[in-house]
Design a protein around this ligand. Sequence first.
Ligand SMILES: Cc1cc2nc3c(=O)[nH]c(=O)nc-3n(C[C@H](O)[C@H](O)[C@H](O)COP(=O)(O)O)c2cc1C
Length: 210
Amino acid sequence: MFKGDFQMNKFIAIVGSNADKSTNRTLLQFIKRHFADQAEIELVEIKDLPVFAKNSERTIPLYATQLANKIAESDGVIISTPEYDHSVPAALLNALAWLSYGVHPFVNKPVMITGASYGSLGSSRAQAHLRQVLDSPELMARVMPSSEYLLGHSLEAFDDEGNLKDPEKVKLLEGLFADFEAFVRITAQLNNTQTQDEAIANDFSWEENK
Ligand SMILES: Cc1cc2nc3c(=O)[nH]c(=O)nc-3n(C[C@H](O)[C@H](O)[C@H](O)COP(=O)(O)O)c2cc1C
């Protein structure tokens, strides 16, 4: 989409929960509204994906293909993760498994991680695990370094309209979002290994024991 004379970035925002009620979804809905002048953000859900299972044809569900296409066509991805048992929810790992099984939409894709949790740490342990997962050979995303957006006590963090109550949290998000837009521009120049990286991801097979 064009705004004035510049083309807005198009971001896909993955809701990292399969629950009907999720403060991570509320956070992404807030981000979409708050930055509507700066980027076109589409929220996508992972709750309708079946449980991942390898199969001899290496096929993936139609919905996973549609998600992969949206990610591949986007300028970047925002993932908001809850924290379950100090890690990433199974539903989010499940989605990432489908999105790395014969399809490689994340290769060199800029990713910003956010997260919300009921406790005080704001999903910090889940976010650290998510970074590690996104670095695997069939995902190979470019996760924005040295940045975390940790929304602790997330049940109390939003008002009735779904807006973040704490102005400091909004300010921090604005800074990180501006950094992410810069990171997307910089990442576009880090393309000297793009062809090889895509080939590595395509050729990679855990079954050949490489
Ligand atoms: C099985 C289970 C495990 C959880 N583990 C954690 C945890 O390790 N750390 C935490 O802060 N909250 C934990 N929670 C509470 C919230 O689900 C969690 O804070 C989550 O990030 C909230 O995000 P949501 O509003 O998007 O569901 C857990 C909840 C469940 C049901």
